[in-house]
Write a protein that binds this ligand. Structure first.
Ligand SMILES: [Zn+2]
Length: 162
């Protein structure tokens, strides 16, 4: 039996979750903490949405997916805001950019697309539930600091910024 939730109830659950995440984000003292909270918040929102999609009736599940995207964007905006607010406090990096690669399908890396458990080859792969494919959202963080050839650090290859 799947739960039927009103749109207001779905919104309330996500709004409360976002409020908690933003409160923790607001208490961060540096970029490293902010980024950790942002990444964690993003995962929590996605996991909550996935749980709703599994347990809610179709209409409610659809709305949960839509609204979770809205909440994730709010979190991203607040994170960017907070980030630029204390950007000068971290002297090492002069510039930070966040880019989100929207949800897309990808071959499951755990089973290589076979849908079978990588170890036994018999059971269903836990990550893709046997489909061989997974839904992926990536958040790419790019941080820039000056390069100095004489600072004794290991050599790096030249590469385009993704
Ligand atoms: Zn798999």
């Amino acid at each position: 039996m799947k739960h039927k939730m009103t749109e207001a109830e779905v919104r309330e659950q996500f709004d409360e979750l976002l409020e908690d995440i933003l409160r923790i984000l607001g208490s961060c003292e540096n970029q490293t903490q902010q980024t950790a909270v942002y990444d964690w918040g993003y995962v929590v929102i996605s996991a909550t949405c996935e749980l709703m999609e599994r347990t809610f009736a179709v209409g409610s599940a659809k709305y949960a997916r839509f609204y979770s995207g809205h909440v994730a964007r709010q979190l991203r905006d607040k994170y960017r805001e907070a980030h630029s607010g204390i950007a000068n406090m971290d002297p090492e990096y002069s510039s930070v950019a966040i880019r989100e690669v929207p949800e897309h399908l990808s071959i499951c890396r755990s089973c290589g697309g076979t849908g079978k458990d990588a170890k036994t080859g018999l059971r269903e792969c836990h990550y893709c539930e046997g489909t061989g494919r997974v839904r992926v959202v990536s958040v790419i963080r790019t941080m820039i600091r000056p390069y100095s050839p004489d600072d004794g650090s290991p050599p790096l290859e030249m590469q385009e910024i993704p």
